[in-house]
Design a protein around this ligand. Structure first.
Ligand code: ARG
Length: 362
């Protein structure tokens, strides 16, 4: 927990930076600093204006060291949902988030920001890791679905939710208000865009029966702006193909599809040295990019994303800001050395505003 002194000095620093970037006048900045200070002395709270909240959320994206997609930080759309109180209201805002972000496939980077922490207490927590995610069930014949979701799926079942038991059951939203028991809500199918995975040349890959949802909406991180913490602030961009094709569907501890892909493609798997895993990986990733394109859902390949990141680095240096980054995350999980990122070094320094991991709510 931040001390009062931290909060005030972080708030001041944020206002100064934010107002400089928004090209506010000296007078406006000074007046706002005085106002923030006197309100904080009166009632120990800082209320950001909607404009400050919006720009702060954008800065937080710009400062996200692990993200290769930061070129678009200034296009983030922000919903100010700080006034919402009940689980039903929050559910409706989350449904709206899914619809606005999906936008029929032309995905819009978007964040919905709920009430900030007060005296170290979170007024709202979303238990889901992402708003859209597939369940994972432990069964006698192994895990069905996404092994990465097993722990959260157990929580949902314990709360009384029942899944169909397929490999791609959408988990419910689980919302907790203050210290109350969490409430779960099924997400209506109509608002969830999902993409069946097919290959442009190898129709047999349909037999994988693989699919993925179109929009990755991270919902378990906290947003910090000017010393204020927002424990519920789900945000999304669009996917880079490798996130699905080289990780979610490929990792051995996720959907583990490379052996099946190799078999369907008739690859020689008798020894590792045939590079069957690498060959299967490339085709699975081509399939992901092809399928999203066919479905009309935004997606970016890792080569294009790296070029965009290069433009971001250029823009930032023009703006007189240093680009911080986490190299281990910025390099794509396929053919990393074909991108300039691999051959660069990045300082993994934490600058705020930013998004942070927080303790699980369950
Ligand atoms: N890697 C995560 C996933 O596969 C999503 C993380 C956020 N990704 C993004 N493109 N904004 O679901």
């Amino acid at each position: 927990m931040n001390t009062k002194l931290d909060i005030m000095s972080e708030a001041e620093q944020f206002i100064i930076e934010c107002y400089r970037e928004l090209e506010k006048t000296e007078e406006e900045t000074t007046a706002r600093l005085l106002q923030v200070k006197s309100r904080f002395e009166q009632n120990s709270t800082i209320d950001l204006t909607s404009e400050e909240l919006e720009h702060g959320a954008k800065m937080a994206w710009r400062n996200s060291n692990k993200c290769i997609g930061r070129l678009f930080w200034n296009t983030l759309r922000v919903a100010d949902a700080r006034h919402l109180e009940t689980a039903d209201e929050i559910r409706d805002a989350l449904f709206s988030h899914i619809e606005f972000a999906t936008n029929g496939g032309r995905i819009r980077p978007f964040i919905t920001i709920f009430k900030p922490e007060q005296d170290g207490q979170a007024p709202v927590r979303i238990w889901n890791h992402q708003l859209l995610r597939y369940a994972g069930y432990e069964t006698d014949s192994g895990i069905v679905g996404d092994p990465g979701s097993v722990a959260f799926t157990k929580e949902c079942l314990a709360l009384g939710w029942k899944g169909q038991g397929t490999a791609y059951d959408l988990l419910p939203l689980v919302i907790q208000v203050g210290g109350e028991l969490p409430v779960w809500y099924e997400i209506p199918d109509e608002i969830v865009m999902q993409v069946p995975i097919t290959h442009p040349e190898y129709p047999q890959l349909e037999k994988l029966d693989a699919r993925w949802y179109a929009v990755p909406i991270i919902s378990d991180m906290k947003l910090e702006i000017g010393g204020i913490t927002f424990p519920a602030a789900p945000f999304n961009g669009w996917y880079m193909g490798t996130e699905i094709g080289a990780r979610n569907l490929a990792d051995e501890n996720r959907y583990n599809m490379l052996p099946k892909v190799a078999e369907l493609l008739g690859l020689d798997t008798s020894t590792q040295a045939t590079l069957w895993k690498d060959r299967a990986l490339v085709e699975l990733n081509r399939a992901v990019l092809h399928s999203f394109k066919t479905a009309g859902a935004s997606i970016v390949d890792h080569h294009t994303a790296a070029q965009q990141f290069k433009r971001f680095e250029h823009n930032e240096s023009t703006a007189g800001r240093e680009v911080t980054g986490d190299w281990t995350w910025l390099i794509p999980p396929m053919s990393p050395a074909t991108t300039h990122i691999f051959h660069n070094q990045y300082k993994n320094k934490i600058v705020k505003p930013n998004y942070f991991y927080q303790e699980k709510a369950y």
